[in-house]
Design a protein around this ligand. Structure first.
Ligand code: C2E
Ligand code: MG
Ligand code: MG
Length: 682
């Protein structure tokens, strides 16, 4: 019991449920009582009413019989007397019938209550003996009827007792019965009233209790739930429009702010809005050197400073990473954008406190104005981005407005984007093939696929001229698909014609690896052309190879490896990677970048670096290839250091498919085994 009570105390919802059920039960009990009491009273009332009527009839008939009998005796004309006697006879049989009914009723009701018992006594016990008196009256009247025609004088003898019974026996007895019923009816009405008064009072009490224990807590509970709902909705709204780390408005909010402002164009205003796009210079280095936690603290501190620098002049948002945006709509502030930008730079550039490490933060700002620099959110953000890029280029820690030169750049970028889209549609991207050989075995270890853009006006373009633009427009996957399709088709043809090429090596950017289902698509393309995965190798640059944070690209590489595809680290040595950072279970080969190969025969410092790379790689059981070899001396020096695999113009330049095919066939026919022979033949 105690447990139940303490459970109810702790759980307000349960308390309300229990109170609600109890209230329902109590109401049902009250209604039930009221119904049964009313029914019982009505029943009793109905019985009394019937009995009352019968008693009155009996009284009236007994009087009538005596009066009619007197009248019959006084009637001289025999025919008239006979008709009066007929009436006497009818009344008599009515009286007898009603009396029999009454007797039956009184007998039935005898033990029902005190009143019924008293009525029974009036009917059957001395001194009233109503039943006996009525029956005497009936018997005397029958005798009277028999004699009244033939011997009226003798009949008159019966009339006296009849009058006596009717007036002094039957009438008082009937009065007594009537009194008893009247009393009884009065007391049952009083009882009924009392019961209903009690029910009314109980109902009112119940209503009070329901109000106190049910509606009040229920109202409190509803109020509480309502407040929680409103708070949850506000929190959700806040989370949807704010950045979790800094508490500033987020990218979505910023874009909707710009869209709202650009949607409500006011032709009278020359300048209706401006956006200031901020980027912390070298934040990645700060993050890498001091850790992400300190990086987060730095971003929070930047957000605080930004807020205090902007005040009511604009809305401050975090676009993501180390990029912030200020939306300015206030007319007075718009007239002073240069002052605002300087104020922000003053506030942000300098040592940041609040994090354990003290760092010098520099910020660059790009400013775009509406409507001059763009007509919608996308255009304005692109303009601010270009202005920001220009600010960074001009020395960091400063700001630039979007201007005509930048507009031209923007137009060029848009034109290039359009150009690349056309090139994809018209399959203007084509592969060239560059062989790789092993000088120790004399075998071809692979052929690298390199993309070329056969531009209708600008001629054949190298990857450096378009790849980064294509990546920034998100078109890398399309270009990769085109190149892979053609390269795998060529490799499959070589394979079916028995032309040895080792593995076909394809270059993948970080964007390719982020493309969902990428590895499945490679396997599918290879399969379509009948090329097996063990004839494919994939080259990724150092930064992609060691970026362990990027789970998606690491996962894609593992999936490729699982398919039997060889993974290689391209341009090795150009980044910060050391061989010890590489997962040797994942990578099969490193490609020493051309900058360590070029002139290696003439530079001791480079030779020492490459020597250590080759030694460590061999200790880790990772193969090494030198790329971009151009001279015999470079090859000789590298061979002295233990490198046996080479790729470069010294062996063969990147070639179109048919030329590469002839080269591979010629290489096999001549059966060259030393690099000198190959180089001579080349
Ligand atoms: P990479 O993968 O390191 O390719 C080697 C680059 O060195 C190629 O430049 C090749 O033409 C060049 N090369 C080869 N031998 C010599 C030589 O003896 N001397 C000199 N000076 N250069 C030589 P390319 O074709 O301009 O490609 C540049 C980069 O573009 C590639 O570097 C690769 O990272 C990227 N790339 C090329 N094709 C693709 C592609 O289809 N997809 C992706 N994602 N990237 C590609
Ligand atoms: Mg490569
Ligand atoms: Mg390379």
């Amino acid at each position: 019991m105690n447990a139940i009570i303490s459970g109810l105390r702790k759980d307000p919802e349960k308390r309300i449920r229990v109170a609600y059920r109890l209230a329902l039960l109590a109401m049902a009990a009250l209604l039930g009582t009221s119904y049964f009491a009313l029914n019982a009273a009505l029943d009793r009332g109905r019985n009394y009413a019937i009995t009352f009527k019968d008693i009155n009839n009996e009284r009236m008939l007994s009087q009538r019989i005596v009066l009619l009998s007197q009248h019959a005796l006084g009637e001289k004309v025999p025919a008239h007397r006979a008709s009066v006697l007929k009436l006497v006879d009818k009344s008599l049989s009515d009286l007898e019938q009603i009396h029999n009914q009454l007797v039956e009723l009184v007998n039935d009701q005898r033990d029902k209550n005190d009143a019924s018992r008293r009525v029974y006594d009036v009917f059957f016990t001395w001194p009233s003996q109503l039943d006996f008196q009525i029956r005497s009256l009936i018997n005397n009247t029958r005798q009277f009827e028999k004699l009244a025609v033939t011997a009226p004088d003798i009949a008159a003898i019966y009339l006296g007792p009849m009058e006596e019974i009717a007036s002094s026996k039957v009438l008082p007895a009937m009065d007594e019965v009537t009194d008893i019923y009247r009393q009884q009816t009065g007391s049952s009405v009083a009882l009924f009233e009392r019961i209903h008064l009690a029910i009314l009072i109980l109902s009112l009490c119940l209503l009070g209790l329901v109000g106190m224990f049910l509606f009040r807590p229920l109202a409190r509970q509803i109020g509480q739930s309502n407040r929680e709902l409103v708070a949850a909705r506000d929190e959700m709204q806040f989370a949807a429009t704010h950045d979790g780390l800094t508490g500033l408005a987020n990218r979505d909010y910023a874009i909707s702010e710009i869209q709202n402002a650009t949607g409500r164009r006011d032709d009278n205003l020359q300048l209706a809005m401006a956006i200031l796009l901020l980027d912390l210079d070298d934040f990645k280095t700060i993050n890498d050197s001091f850790g992400h936690l300190n990086g987060d603290k730095l971003l929070r501190s930047v957000a605080d400073r930004l807020n205090s620098a902007i005040g009511d002049d604009g809305v401050t948002c975090r676009m993501g990473g180390d990029e912030f945006l200020i939306v300015v709509k206030d007319q007075a502030a718009l007239a002073e954008l240069t002052t605002i930008a300087r104020r922000v730079l003053n506030r942000l550039n300098g040592a940041v406190s609040g994090s354990k490490v003290s760092t010098n933060v520099k910020t660059s700002i790009g400013i775009a104005r509406y409507p001059t620099d763009g007509s919608n959110a996308e255009e304005l953000l692109a303009a601010a981005d270009l202005a920001l890029y220009a600010a960074k280029k001009s020395g960091k820690g400063t700001f630039r407005f979007f201007n005509e030169d930048l507009q031209k750049q923007l137009n060029d970028t848009r034109a290039l984007e359009q150009d690349i889209d056309n090139a994809i549609a018209e399959r203007q991207f084509k592969p060239v093939f560059q062989p790789q050989i092993n000088t120790a075995t004399g075998l071809i270890t692979g052929v690298e696929v390199l993309v070329r853009w056969h531009h209708p006006e600008r001629g054949v373009l190298r990857p450096a001229e378009f790849l980064s633009a294509a990546a920034s427009f998100g078109r890398m996957p399309d270009i990769t698909r085109l190149v892979l399709d053609q390269a795998f088709q060529t490799a499959a043809e070589w394979q079916s014609n028995g032309i040895e090429f080792g593995r076909i090596g394809v270059n993948f950017s970080a964007h390719d690896l982020m493309w969902n289902g990428f590895f499945r698509s490679i396997a599918q393309t290879a399969d379509q052309h009948g090329l097996t995965c063990d004839r494919i190798s994939v080259e990724v640059v150092e930064s992609v190879a060691i970026d362990n944070d990027d789970a998606q690209s690491a996962l894609a590489l593992y999936e490729l490896r699982r398919l039997g595809i060889q993974i290689e680290v391209d341009d090795f040595g150009t980044g910060f990677a050391s061989l010890s950072h590489l997962n040797r279970d994942l990578f099969d080969r490193v490609k020493i970048d051309r900058q360590f190969v070029s002139g290696i025969d003439r530079c001791d410092r480079v030779r020492i670096i490459v020597d250590s790379i080759i030694r460590l790689a061999s200790a880790l059981n990772i193969k090494v290839i030198a790329e971009g070899v151009e001279t015999q001396d470079e090859i000789d020096t590298l061979m002295e250091l233990g490198c046996v695999e080479f790729q470069g113009n010294a062996i063969a330049p990147p070639m179109p498919a048919d030329v590469a095919r002839d080269w591979l066939l010629a290489y096999r026919r001549t059966g060259l085994t030393t690099i000198a022979e190959i180089a001579d033949a080349g």
